[in-house]
Design a binder for this molecule. Structure first.
Ligand SMILES: C[S@@+](CC[C@H](N)C(=O)[O-])C[C@H]1O[C@@H](n2cnc3c(N)ncnc32)[C@H](O)[C@@H]1O
Length: 240
C-alpha cells in the first residue's frame, strides 16, 4: 500500500497571501473551534503554515496545541509564525504514520487531510488529500488513536470547488482548475504576475460519499454527531 499524499511544496511561499485574500476566514474557523467545551489539548491534522493555530493560540494561551503537517516548507513557515507560543508544538508527519506521545480532547482538520464538501442541500461528501483507499483507512486509524475517549473530531466543511480566477491582495492573479477523475478530482492551483506563471501546484483528491465516510470513521470509534450548536464550518464526530 502506497501512502501517496498531498504535497504543497510549490505553493508554500504563496500560501498565506492566497488564503488570507478571502479563500478562508481564519477568525471564523477559530470561532467555531472554541465553541467546544473543556478544551485542554488540541491537535490540527494538516496545519499547513499555521494560520489557524496562530489565531487559536492567541485566544487560548493556556491549552496545549499541536499541529502536524506533511509538507516541510509549509511547516517551516508555521514554525516561524508560532515560535513565540510556548504552548504550541509542531511536527512534520504524514497522518498515515502519525505518532505523538499524547491523546487529544479535540482533533480537527480544516482544508487539511480530510474535509467535507456540501453542495446546496445535497448530502456532504468527504474529500481526502490521500488518493489511496487503504492509506485513508490507515490514516483514519492513526488519527483516531490520537483522540482521547469521549474526545471530538471536527472535519471542516467547504462549498463545492469550481474553476475561477481572481486578483489577490498582492496584485497577483490566482486561478484554480478542477478536473474530475475516477476516484475524485484533481485540482490545479496557479499564481501569475500577469505575464508569467510564478507557482503551479497540482493536488489529487479522493472523494467518499457520506455513508462511506461515516463507515470509515465509525470503524475507528468516531461516530457522527449532528451539530446542535451554531457551528456551520465543521462536521462533528465523537470518539467512543
Ligand atoms: C489546504 S492546506 C490546509 C492548511 C491549514 N489547515 C489551513 O487552513 O491553512 C492542506 C495541508 O494538508 C497537508 N497534508 C496533506 N496530506 C497530508 C498527510 N497525509 N499528512 C499530513 N498533512 C497532510 C498539506 O501538506 C497541506 O499543508
Amino acid at each position: 500500500m502506497e501512502c501517496i499524499v498531498g504535497d504543497y511544496s510549490n505553493m508554500a511561499n504563496y500560501y498565506d497571501v492566497i488564503m488570507t485574500s478571502g479563500y478562508y476566514d481564519y477568525a471564523k474557523i477559530v470561532d467555531n473551534l472554541v465553541l467546544q467545551d473543556n478544551l485542554q489539548n488540541i491537535l490540527e491534522i494538516g496545519c499547513g503554515t499555521g494560520l489557524i493555530l496562530e489565531e487559536l493560540a492567541k485566544r487560548k494561551p493556556n491549552i496545549q496545541i499541536s499541529g502536524i503537517d506533511l509538507t516541510a516548507p509549509m511547516l517551516e513557515i508555521a514554525k516561524k509564525r508560532l515560535q513565540s507560543f510556548k504552548n504550541v508544538a509542531l511536527s512534520q508527519q504524514n497522518v498515515c504514520h502519525l505518532s505523538l506521545s499524547t491523546t487529544h480532547d479535540l482533533a480537527f482538520s480544516y482544508g487539511g487531510v480530510w474535509y467535507f464538501v456540501i453542495d446546496g442541500d445535497q448530502e456532504p461528501f468527504m474529500v481526502s488529500h490521500i488518493p489511496d483507499h487503504e492509506a485513508n483507512v490507515l490514516g483514519i486509524e492513526k488519527m483516531a488513536h490520537h483522540i482521547a475517549p469521549h474526545g471530538t473530531l471536527l472535519l471542516g466543511i467547504q462549498g463545492p470547488h469550481h474553476d475561477y480566477e481572481t486578483v489577490i491582495s498582492n496584485g497577483m492573479k490566482y486561478s484554480q482548475k478542477i478536473d474530475p477523475t475516477d476516484i475524485g478530482f484533481t485540482k490545479h492551483y496557479y499564481l501569475s504576475d500577469g505575464t508569467q506563471t510564478l507557482m503551479a501546484q497540482t493536488v489529487k483528491y479522493r472523494t467518499y460519499n457520506f455513508e462511506e465516510a461515516k463507515k470509515m470513521l465509525s470503524a475507528h470509534g468516531l461516530t457522527y454527531v449532528p451539530e446542535t450548536r451554531d457551528n456551520k464550518l465543521f462536521l462533528r464526530f465523537s470518539k467512543v
